[in-house]
Design a protein. Sequence first.
Length: 142
Amino acid sequence: MHVERTFTVSRPIDEVFAYLADFENTNEWDPGTRSTTRTSGDGGLGTTYDNTSEFMGRTVDLVYETITYDVPTKVQIRGRNGRTTATDSLSFTAQADGGTSIHYRADFEFPFLIRLVAPLVVGRRLPQLADETVEQIKRSLA
């Protein structure tokens, strides 16, 4: 199951990449995040983070790792907690006016039984959460 959005911000690509590649900044731009703390690494490939998020009234703890770090065009950060895997993929394209186009995709992998009901239960909330995330990223980068 996944959601994705493409949108533009008026900040240069280098600044946008640096901000969104540092997953600790989810404290500012991800509406579901309650806390994110870097646990190892320098912010680049292999950096790990402890994340606590709330989704549909449930608290979820995940350990995230930066699995792709291509400055300044792409970053992927994968979170796991033993049952669920969430992968945030962000791609960046410089615009002629100095802004940046951002393609954001969030993929979710659930255990078998949850996977069967997820489209019915979670499927309706994910598009709304994606829209909220885009608006929060725009505000954070304004």
